[in-house]
Design a protein around this ligand. Structure first.
Ligand code: NAD
Length: 494
């Protein structure tokens, strides 16, 4: 890939972005727009259509028509596969352009954005495209004279509401299986990360996806997202974002048509280091990456470090050294290790957690402050806070920024009690050379994803989903199809 193109791409003006409804670009019904700001320097990047309830309803109506007339749901599976594979190729061919556009809008470091965004989205779409004609029904073990058939049918109109972090990756985790299953989709990107999703939706049309099958409506969550959640014509609502919004979506579903709601929510994931870890140096380096990449705006970020007391001080020192050495700054520089926070509000929120910890007398081992303010961008030094107590807000609430809370422990039981002692249950990690302990911990940790002697990096073949207040349902793997396919029984007297 020719990275020398980054300089030209970053200087390219971004035209005002419109919705994509029924295969056509269109402004908001009332002509409203909102400014997309670049977290790199705080400058205005372009405008987005500020969607209205009427826009959301129009998109749902287009998706409903497209589903009901079978232009996609009724296509031969091999044909759907061909179109989706072509779409993945188009995304991959434009990977650098998409990655740079995304970084300009959301601040992720380009080295990570390239892998985690367009290339990951293309791989996800390919994975589900390749799987879609391997989905089969069942013949039940019925008595003689009867036949029980179990069909798996596309669930209908899907509304997908996604957050600002990794919009293409998370967007593709929804779009890939939903479209492969034959559903039609209305996608609502985050206010601060919409441009690349709009671009790939245009590429889907170019690949041959019929108009109306994938619609994108931009705008504010409480308007556009809320209208999708309240719609009587959306069959399935899939969401990645905060628990606070998740609650509202469940409520809206209950008040409207009881649509199925799948929530991928936040985490406060414990990263547990035992003194018998095979390589404490590697553990420190990987743990630092596990919290500080994408400036900590990662749902599975290992944001609570629990360290066995006998190695606590030495380990924290090692990890703090990695944090301090991380190059934070211009996310379009390929050498940057961590880019900008997504918005000024997210920067203020992250700093607020540190200020509170400082006021409580917790130890700021490294970082703790805004940096590079002269650029106008939203940068924060990777921050390690030690002596954090289990009841501290920093130990219980998700920061979604580059702030690591460290707490020592003495026994396996204490580690489990600390680890499971929050409302969340998304991810966890255990570092140990003791095989029995590793398996014991995996069983006892209440989390949807448990890493052993690593952090992050799990691929598409395994599911991602939370327990407790981290959500329900799963993205990734073949299990993701369950959200987008309904079971239908045919009971036949022979
Ligand atoms: P958010 O809940 O504020 O916003 C997410 C999406 O919901 C956005 O598109 C937003 O516009 C929309 N929204 C906001 N209010 C709404 C409303 N009232 N009705 C309908 N839609 C509404 O979350 P965020 O701050 O953008 O994202 C960060 C959160 O996402 C963190 O908690 C993070 O952990 C979580 N996340 C989870 C995963 C996962 O896989 N579990 C992955 C990434 C991020």
């Amino acid at each position: 890939m020719d990275l020398s193109r980054i300089a030209a791409l970053r200087a390219t003006p971004v035209p005002p972005a419109l919705h994509l409804i029924d295969g056509a670009s269109c402004p908001a019904s009332d002509g409203g727009t909102m400014t997309a700001r670049s977290p790199i320097d705080g400058s205005a990047l372009t405008t987005l259509a500020r969607g209205t309830v009427a826009d959301a309803d129009a998109a749902v109506a287009a998706a409903r028509r497209a589903f009901d007339d079978g232009r996609w749901s009724g296509l031969a599976p091999a044909e759907r596969k061909r179109i989706l594979l072509r779409w993945a190729d188009l995304i991959e061919a434009r990977a650098l352009d998409l990655a740079v556009l995304g970084v300009r809008e959301n601040g992720t470091e380009i080295a990570m954005a390239l892998k985690a965004e367009p290339l990951s989205a293309a791989a996800t779409i390919r994975y589900y495209a390749e799987a879609l004609d391997k989905i089969t029904g069942e013949i039940a073990a019925t008595p003689p004279g009867t036949l029980g058939l179990v069909h798996r049918e596309p669930a209908g109109v899907v509304a997908a509401i996604v957050p600002w972090n990794f919009p293409l990756m998370i967007g593709a985790w929804k779009l890939g299986p939903a479209l492969a299953a034959g559903c039609s989709v209305v996608l609502k990107p985050a206010e601060t990360a919409a441009l690349t999703l709009l671009r790939i939706a245009e590429l889907a049309l170019e690949a041959g996806l019929p108009p109306g099958v994938l619609n994108v409506v931009t705008g504010e969550g409480p308007v556009v997202g809320a209208a999708l959640a309240a719609s009587m014509d959306v069959d399935v609502l899939v969401f990645t974002g905060s628990g606070a919004t998740g609650r509202k979506l469940l409520e809206a579903a209950a008040r409207s048509n009881l649509k199925r709601v799948y929530l991928e929510l936040g985490g406060k994931s414990p990263n547990i280091v035992f003194a018998d870890a095979p390589d404490l140096d590697e553990a420190a380096q990987v743990s630092a990456a596990g919290i500080f990449r994408n400036a900590g705006q990662v749902c599975i970020a290992g944001s609570r470090l629990l360290v066995e007391r006998s190695v606590h001080d030495a380990f924290v020192e090692k990890l703090a050294a990695h944090a301090a050495a991380l190059r934070v700054g211009d996310p379009l520089d390929p050498a940057t290790g961590a880019g900008a926070l997504n918005s000024e509000a997210q920067l203020a929120r992250s700093l607020g957690f540190v200020d509170e910890a400082r006021a409580q007398g917790r130890r700021i081992v490294t970082g703790g402050d805004r940096i590079l303010a002269e650029t106008g961008g939203y940068y924060m030094a990777p921050t390690v806070v030690a002596d954090v107590r289990p009841d501290d807000r920093l130990a219980r609430e998700e920061v979604f920024g580059p702030v690591l809370a460290v707490t020592p422990f003495d026994t396996e039981d204490e580690a489990i009690a600390l680890a499971n002692g929050t409302d969340y249950g998304l991810a966890a990690a255990v570092w140990t050379g003791n095989l029995g302990r590793a398996h014991r911990m995996v069983r006892r940790l209440r989390a949807g994803l448990v890493h052993v002697n690593t952090y992050g990096g799990s691929d598409l073949t395994v599911p991602l989903g939370g327990v407790k207040q981290s959500g329900n349902g799963h993205d990734k793997s073949l299990h993701a199809f369950d959200k987008y396919l309904d079971l239908k029984t045919a009971w036949i007297k022979l």
